[in-house]
Design a protein around this ligand. Structure first.
Ligand code: SAM
Length: 261
């Protein structure tokens, strides 16, 4: 029987997240950390909020800018991932909070110089509520940075998934992958004073079928497909399917809004 869960929220597993992060570091022609190093305007001493920080993968990148006088405040609903994040050995002090982003933020107004969410905010239920909340907790001239996929992201993976489970992307998957562009962009444009958007294409090129399958098995797409259909093909079974190329084209969107009043 096909089971459908309508919430967009997602309980990320530490092992899966680590596999995907590692694959992106090893096999992508785009280095997110290098790009953020150039792009983010964080300054020494700034206090930033990271929404859906996961295992703190990007903390070292933020820390290089914030230094030991800044503070990283980060929320995630996964205690397991926060327990990893707290081990990050950079010099910036941190406040990590197990918190569901669907609940209003437990912070006073104008607390943060900047707010960032990388590959996480599209799991929220209410886009406008969180966008208004972000604006409230930002200081004047503070900026929000929302990073995530576009509708063009990882189409090869959906094709492969269709071969295995015999279905196209469902409404929930389409909604999540479109969300920064289709739902957050209008909300940020209404609520913030100046807004910009940028799309960045990149490519993951796996050296072998095994690496491709390992990555696929660590995705939410695979996990949700298994849940929906009630059976889990093992790695050997997946390896027996034909894969035309071991490449996945990615497209990332970065939405930026400034609070001027
Ligand atoms: C793909 S991971 C991204 C982690 C990290 N930002 C990074 O770029 O490596 C998505 C994160 O969103 C978190 N998340 C999903 N739904 C959430 C919710 N409702 N409240 C808080 N965190 C949530 C997951 O626990 C996970 O850590």
């Amino acid at each position: 029987m096909i089971r459908i869960n309508t919430s967009l929220s997602y309980n990320e597993r530490q092992d899966n997240l680590s596999i995907r992060i590692e694959a992106n570091k090893r096999f992508s022609n785009f280095d997110l950390e290098d790009w953020l190093d150039e792009y983010l305007p964080f300054k020494p001493g700034d206090i930033i909020l990271d929404i859906g920080c996961g295992n703190g993968n990007l903390f070292p990148c933020y820390s290089r800018k914030l230094g030991d006088r800044g503070v990283i405040v980060a929320i995630d609903q996964s205690k397991e991932l926060l327990s990893e994040a707290i081990k990050c050995e950079d010099t910036t002090p941190k406040v990590l909070l197990e918190w569901d982003m669907n609940d209003r933020f437990p912070f006073i107004e104008r607390s943060f110089n900047h707010v960032i969410s990388a590959f996480a905010i599209y799991y929220v239920d209410d886009v406008r509520a969180i966008t208004e909340d972000i604006k409230k907790v930002l200081k004047l001239s503070g900026e929000v940075f929302l990073i995530g996929p576009t509708n063009n992201n990882a189409r090869e993976l959906y094709e492969f998934n269709k071969k295995i489970f015999n279905f196209d992307r469902d409404e929930k998957v389409i909604r999540r992958t479109n969300r920064i562009e289709k739902e957050f962009y209008p909300a940020i444009t209404d609520i913030f004073e100046s807004v910009s958007v940028e799309k960045i294409p990149s490519k993951l090129v796996f050296p072998s079928k095994v690496e491709f399958i390992t990555y696929y098995m660590a995705t939410l797409l695979f996990e949700e497909s298994v849940k929906k259909f009630g059976f889990k093909p093992n790695a050997n079974k997946l390896l027996s399917f034909d894969i035309p190329s071991f490449e996945i084209c990615k497209e990332m969107i970065v939405l930026r809004g400034r609070k001027n009043e």
